[in-house]
Design a protein around this ligand. Structure first.
Ligand code: HEC
Length: 119
């Protein structure tokens, strides 16, 4: 196996570990990631909800997202820097899946040791 191939396999394994994390959340987390992309949340919050270190565009959403109720309430009612999403545009089910996705993102061990990511 080439070095390149080995890295691809490792990445796939890591992704499987992330999405397979937690009881019965696997399918929802996978759908939640798709929804996070589909509704454009990633554009401001980063693909893994990590926020943006370059601009203050979007807050950090994961790891350790706020409780589901707070999460839904915020997305429905925000009227400041983030546009609100009504239930018509973004069903509760998709929001719950997104929350499962964000909840499944593991805490990186060395996160706090990277100064740029602490801002
Ligand atoms: C146009 C950029 C933008 C998009 C798109 C966007 N957000 Fe945000 N989001 C923000 C900003 C900026 C804040 C901080 C707003 C504030 O504090 O008023 C925020 C805050 C949040 C918060 C509150 C975080 C906290 O700790 O207070 C949640 C939850 C959230 N966004 C979820 C989402 C979800 C889910 C989506 C997709 C449906 C989304 N956002 C799409 C910019 C965006």
């Amino acid at each position: 196996m080439s070095h390149q191939m080995f890295r691809v396999v490792l990445a796939a394994l890591a992704a499987g570990v992330v999405l397979g994390h937690g009881p019965a959340l696997a399918a929802d987390a996978a759908k939640g990631k798709a929804a996070f992309m589909k509704y454009g949340c990633w554009q401001c919050h980063g693909i893994e909800g990590q926020g943006s270190a370059i601009t203050s565009a979007g807050k950090v959403l994961a790891p350790d997202p706020m409780p589901l109720e707070t999460f839904v309430a915020f997305v429905r009612s925000t009227d400041r820097a983030m546009p609100p999403y009504s239930e018509k545009v973004l069903p509760n089910e998709d929001l719950a899946d997104m929350h499962a996705y964000l909840s499944a993102i593991p805490k990186p061990k060395d996160y706090k040791s990277i100064p740029l990511l602490r801002q």
